[in-house]
Ligand binder design. Structure first.
Ligand SMILES: [Zn+2]
Length: 276
């Protein structure tokens, strides 16, 4: 499943191809994604309006056009966006294609079709934070996401810290792998009840989360330069995981055997010696 770093890399990859261009035609496969594709709405709101911004909120991509309407894309399990030269052949599972004024195409590919395409009018975007993003907490790179914020929110709560930071209401877009890797780097056991973490530990965790995400984004950054046709290349980039998937292997820091347990229904890997 695409995580926040993958979505950020896609965002940076498509941005230079889209800014200041206009969409001249939109084609859909006719298949439903998680919801039906609002094709008429897409055409009405996007066609012939210059694209003014391309950014990311949590794991959503946002493409804004002049006049204020905004396209919001969630990639679901297998969604991807790629940029294609004029007249290049469409791939199986290309469910949506935007033709630009230079005849190149942005294409949305999704084999399992769990993604979402949402078209907001200029009137609707004012309420985005209370509609589409109602359950989405602050961005991990924002000032709002701080040790003080986490400690305040965690006060009196018995939730295990790994479950807590994977809650999108607490912070946007921290998936299972990045949560586990951040806790390893911060030296905190995934099972620790959040009310027991000190301010210093929260600060370590905030720093670790940002570092891990930044490293993952940088790792995918090398794919940006040859982004054209990116989604025909298989899979997302891999970061080097210290604990994820390494049960029974020695900890890279202290050689103690990595353990795992299920937490909130997700596999959680940790070093019982480095993490407290
Ligand atoms: Zn260790």
């Amino acid at each position: 499943m695409p995580e926040l770093p993958e979505v950020e890399v896609i965002c940076r990859g498509i941005r230079p191809h889209l800014l200041d261009r206009t969409v001249t035609a939109i084609h859909a496969s006719g298949k439903e994604l998680r919801r039906p594709i609002p094709l008429d709405r897409l055409r009405r709101e996007m066609l012939l309006r210059p694209i003014t911004f391309v950014d990311r909120r949590a794991k959503y991509l946002q493409i804004g056009v002049e006049g204020g309407a905004r396209l919001i894309i969630h990639l679901g399990m297998t969604g991807n966006l790629g940029f294609f030269a004029p007249n290049s052949q469409a791939a199986k599972h290309d469910h949506l294609r935007w033709t630009l004024d230079n005849n190149s195409e942005l294409r949305y590919n999704d084999s399992r079709r769990f993604g979402s395409i949402i078209m907001c009018s200029s009137h609707e975007i004012a309420d985005l934070e209370t509609s589409v993003f109602q359950t989405t907490g602050p961005e991990p790179f924002s000032d709002q996401f701080s040790a003080e914020y986490l400690q305040r929110l965690a006060k009196g709560k018995e939730v295990p810290v790994k479950v807590f930071i994977m809650n999108t209401r607490v912070v946007a877009g921290i998936g299972n792998i990045y949560a586990g890797e951040s806790l390893f780097r911060a030296g905190i056991l995934p099972t620790r009840k959040v009310r027991t973490l000190s301010g210093k530990e929260w600060l370590k965790l905030v720093t670790a989360i940002r570092e891990i995400l930044e490293e993952a984004i940088a790792c995918g950054g090398s794919t940006i330069s040859n982004f054209l046709n990116a989604h025909q290349e298989k899979g997302y980039f891999q970061v080097h995981f210290m604990v994820y998937g390494r049960r029974g292997e020695p900890c890279p820091t202290c050689r103690t055997t990595i353990e795992n347990l299920r937490l909130g229904g997700r596999a959680s890997y940790f070093c019982p010696r480095c993490q407290r």
